[in-house]
Design a protein around this ligand. Structure first.
Ligand SMILES: [Zn+2]
Length: 437
């Protein structure tokens, strides 16, 4: 009796622990994501096959294939003349024809409709894996290799779980724009990306047992950036990684040019009233070689601008660039890969070093175009507007996985190689493990 009793006492806490573990892992198996949909306006049309339920859980009406119009007003959501604090639309069953539609756009899962400061608010509540079906094809082309799509699916899944509190104050988890992750619902889904999500179901990236910040970007231009250089806070798994540039990558190389006046105007509008730009140079580079800081000298003053800020102001694809022409007093210097190859002296338009014909050279008097690479004194003036040329590489902040790089890696592996997506992810995220969440 005593023994049995002791055993009972001993087993009970264990059973409780086991039950708790089952409950916890059960809850983790199907996390729900609440996505704030971009709807706009103060009214929305809902249709499909399902039920409209009030905050007390009572069925308000059946939803069928005719439009149900809901409006926001006075902090409430209205169905005809009746106000509610919110309404939940839930589909009758899951199937291709039974998705609920918001203004004719179909979504998996439930819809929660309420009133917000901006008008009507529709939140799409659905399982994490269902949500990813509408995300991965928006973030990477479904025509790309499956292993790259799988890497993208794992990165997007990790990003989602790590950012679940991003819109806490708005009453949902993530928005459906690039601010969080672009989500297009059922209309965006594609067979290939759905296979990638299914093949990697539940897998996430962890470092020391914790979810990582799985940042990704379109193209690194050959070298990724550290998180610290981009945003001021380093992560041990987001380091500088070199990679081959894919020649098919449309963002591998880019070039933009501005006249001295145009550049001055754009900087002025952004709060840097330096006037027409006379001189611009990268004063500090990040560990990956991106512009950390740019010095600008204009007719009215000077400014030191962070590379990331300059990227915003000039709408540049990345901060990985060189500035190829600059004016120095009455001399014009042509620089190529940081090496001075020609010096144009004063106003005499003479130069002594060979420069390719057609090269634009900036002088204080305006842009000059070199007609020939050997002639001396043979420089014709442009239209009087100095041109400042930025030659860059890559697209995006450069941190974490490069999507074009992932595609390139997937294509360069042998088909027989197993788990190429794992190699891709561990290439960009240093020292991580790939495991179920
Ligand atoms: Zn967002």
């Amino acid at each position: 009796m005593v023994k049995a009793s002791n055993r009972t006492i001993w087993m009970t806490p264990l059973l409780i622990v086991l039950l708790l573990l089952v409950t916890v892992s059960g809850a983790k198996a199907a996390p729900m994501v609440r996505v704030g949909l971009t709807v706009g306006g103060s009214a929305v049309r809902i249709r499909g096959s399902g039920l409209l339920i009030d905050p007390n859980g009572n069925v308000v009406t059946e939803i069928n294939n005719s439009n149900l119009n809901l409006t926001a007003g006075s902090g409430q959501v209205w169905l005809s003349d009746t106000p509610y604090s919110f309404l939940r639309a839930t589909p009758s069953s899951s199937g291709i024809d039974t998705y609920l539609q918001v203004n004719d756009k179909p979504y998996r899962g439930d819809l929660i409709i309420s009133s917000s400061v901006g008008g009507i608010q529709v939140v799409n509540e659905l399982g994490l894996e269902d949500y990813l079906l509408g995300v991965v094809p928006q973030e990477m082309s479904p025509s790309w290799p499956l292993e790259a799509l799988k890497a993208q699916a794992v990165a997007a899944r990790t990003f989602t779980l790590k950012n679940m509190n991003k819109h806490h104050v708005d009453g949902f988890d993530l928005c459906d724009t690039s601010h969080c992750q672009v989500y297009g619902g059922v209309a965006a889904e594609h067979e290939a990306t759905s296979i990638a999500v299914g093949d990697t179901a539940g897998l996430v990236l962890k470092y020391d047992g914790d979810l990582i910040d799985a940042y990704y970007h379109a193209s690194s231009g050959g070298r990724t950036e550290t998180a610290g250089a981009a945003w001021g806070q380093d992560r041990p798994y987001l380091t500088v990684v070199d990679e081959e540039v894919d020649l098919a990558d449309p963002y591998a190389f880019w070039e933009v040019s501005f006249s001295s006046e145009e550049l001055g105007e754009r900087l002025g509008r952004a709060g840097y009233p330096v006037g027409p730009v006379e001189r611009i140079e990268i004063s500090k580079r990040t560990p990956s070689g991106r512009a950390a800081s740019v010095f600008v000298q204009g007719v009215y003053g000077t400014a030191e601008i962070a590379g990331t800020r300059l990227r915003q102001v000039l709408n540049l694809r990345s901060t990985l660039f060189d500035i190829d022409g600059q004016t120095v007093g009455e001399e014009a210097v042509w620089q190529e890969r940081q090496q001075v190859v020609a010096l144009v002296q004063g106003r005499n338009n003479s130069f002594t070093t060979g420069v390719p014909s057609g090269t634009h050279v900036i002088t204080t008097g305006g842009t000059v175009v070199l007609k020939s690479r050997t002639a001396s004194g043979d420089i014709s003036r442009g239209k009087g507007k100095a041109e400042i040329i930025l030659q860059g590489r890559g697209y995006g902040h450069g941190v974490g996985m490069s999507q074009w790089g992932a595609k390139n890696l997937a294509e360069s592996q042998k088909e027989a190689d197993k788990d190429i997506f794992v190699r891709i992810l561990t290439h960009y995220y240093n020292g991580v493990t790939i495991e179920p969440y």
